[in-house]
Write a protein that binds this ligand. Structure first.
Ligand SMILES: Nc1ncnc2c1ncn2[C@@H]1O[C@H](COP(=O)(O)OP(=O)(O)OP(=O)(O)O)[C@@H](O)[C@H]1O
Length: 352
């Protein structure tokens, strides 16, 4: 049976903020503070989250800026104490058993470093091996494997402050994996990386998962990361879970369309109505047609057959829905507060 590696129940974390204007999110007013008469408000950064992660899963944790992703990660890893609710990571209370937990998880915050800035990368690895009490007989081989897979061999003697961003992030990931954690949490790991570095990192993470069964929890604004690395997404909005399922299911649910691009042998200015489709564009004087459709209303096969009756098809491609657009649609459908009513209660989550 698959083990549950992360378990959240009604998890809540509040922050007290002082500002004059009412804000988005779940807000409870406290008495006015001092003579400045500034309003003290309590913001629920995480507002009653419940979900489980199964060991071996790869999960994208996504949401807009300020949705509560980092706050959740901090509670999962024992950095922040929850205001209410419970969290268990690897079966442990992350705050009370933070040290024990540290041996079972690896965490990478894209914008913060766990490496020693002035030490060569190799020395950081040595220090981490000592902290995790890794046996001398095994950890150097693990380091070498990671250095090889992450292309770090040439930088082991370089002080961390002299590494490029991409080299440092690879170093951070090697450091987080040195002790072979069961759970790897990545908070915006590819932020600021160029296209090639992002791609290399994704290949590496997929390999690690396949080789070691490492559970992956990823927060990112990069939807390519989500698409390439995860098989389940959790979408959070104002500290609440608004979707739990797969990306294709979500695309279907919010009515996101696929687009069939058909190239014809001879130009046809208009294909006329084709059941279940909408003409998005006619290009190259009628040689290329773009037809939007949802899998609920018709199939690619049926469209192709209908197009074939109107002209000879030379080539075709199907463009999947833009993931950013899918998530944007979910946000708009889900949260009336996004469209300007701060007091409106959030709608219940879409069922998975
Ligand atoms: N220490 C803090 N004090 C006050 N408010 C905080 C604090 N940390 C977070 N918040 C607030 O809690 C909310 C959630 O923040 P959080 O950093 O978890 O969001 P996020 O989803 O990780 O955003 P981003 O994608 O921008 O990193 C925000 O409104 C933020 O301003």
């Amino acid at each position: 049976m698959t083990e549950t590696i992360v378990e959240l129940r009604d998890l809540r974390r509040e922050f007290v903020v002082r500002r004059p204007a009412p804000q988005l999110g779940s807000v409870r007013r406290l008495p006015l503070a001092g003579r400045l008469r500034r309003t003290r408000t309590v913001v629920a950064a995480v507002d009653g989250l419940s979900f489980d992660l199964a060991e071996g899963a790869a999960v994208g944790y996504i949401g807009a800026n300020g949705a509560g992703k980092s706050t959740t990660i901090k509670m999962l890893t024992g950095i922040l104490v929850p205001t209410a609710g419970t969290v268990r990571t690897c079966g442990l209370d992350p705050v009370r058993r933070r040290r024990e937990l540290a041996r079972q998880i690896g965490v990478v915050f894209g914008q913060r470093s766990q490496l020693w800035w002035d030490l060569p990368l190799a020395e950081s690895f040595r220090a981490l091996a000592a902290i995790h009490r890794l046996p001398d007989a095994t950890w150097p081989a693990r380091r070498d494997e990671l250095a090889d897979r992450l292309d770090l061999g040439g930088f082991l003697a370089t002080p961390v402050r002299q590494l490029s961003l991409g080299q440092r992030i690879r170093g951070e990931i090697a450091a987080a994996l040195l002790h072979a954690p069961r759970l790897l949490i990545l908070d915006e790991p590819t932020i600021g990386l160029d296209v090639l570095s992002k791609e290399r990192l994704r290949v590496f993470l997929s390999e690690q998962r396949a080789l070691h069964g490492t559970t992956l929890l990823l927060t990112t604004h990069d939807m390519d990361d989500v698409q390439r690395l995860t098989d389940r997404i959790l979408v959070v909005d104002h500290g609440r879970l608004v979707y739990d399922g797969t990306l294709p299911e979500l695309a279907g649910r919010v009515g996101a369309e696929r687009v069939m691009v058909v190239d014809l042998v001879e130009p046809v200015p208009s294909l006329g109505p084709i059941h279940g489709t909408r003409s998005v564009a006619v290009e190259s004087d009628g040689l290329r047609h773009r037809l939007a459709f949802t899998p609920e209303r018709t199939t690619a096969g049926a469209i192709l057959e209908a197009v074939g009756r109107r002209g000879q098809v030379r080539d075709l491609a199907i463009e999947e829905p833009d993931v950013e657009d899918v998530v944007r649609r979910l946000y708009l459908a889900q949260s009336p507060r996004v469209s300007g009513d701060p007091a409106a209660p959030p709608r219940p989550p879409l069922p998975a």
